[in-house]
Design a binder for this molecule. Structure first.
Ligand code: FES
Length: 107
């Protein structure tokens, strides 16, 4: 299990022991984290699972692929250098302790 912390738009922090191999979006939606719509179900086609990755661990994330970068052009909230689509973040031991701040609006 890998510890992830989500910060909901309200500011509430939700710490989760996440299953390896899942996406961060799947983890969040399965635990009822507020603010992630994930309308496409994780196929990198909706940009409604937008999060800002924070903390030292963020530097260990694999870089986004072209499809994610293109879809990040469509996020409803401000796109920042640390913007990611949570459906494209795979839970691995390397991201233990990652903080994901859920974007305030998704669509
Ligand atoms: S769930 Fe649709 S792009 Fe992530």
């Amino acid at each position: 299990m890998v510890k992830l912390t989500f910060i909901e738009p309200s500011g509430a922090e939700v710490a989760i022991e996440a299953q390896e191999g899942w996406s961060a979006m799947q983890v969040a939606t399965s635990k009822g984290v507020e603010g992630i719509d994930a309308e496409c179900g994780g196929s990198c086609a909706c940009a409604t699972c937008h999060c800002y990755v924070e903390g030292d661990v963020a530097a260990r994330l694999p870089a986004p692929l072209d499809g994610e970068l293109a879809m990040l052009d469509n996020v409803a909230a401000e796109r920042r250098p640390n913007s990611r689509l949570s459906c494209q973040i795979k839970v691995t031991p390397e991201i233990e302790g990652l903080i994901l701040r859920v974007a305030e609006v998704q669509s």
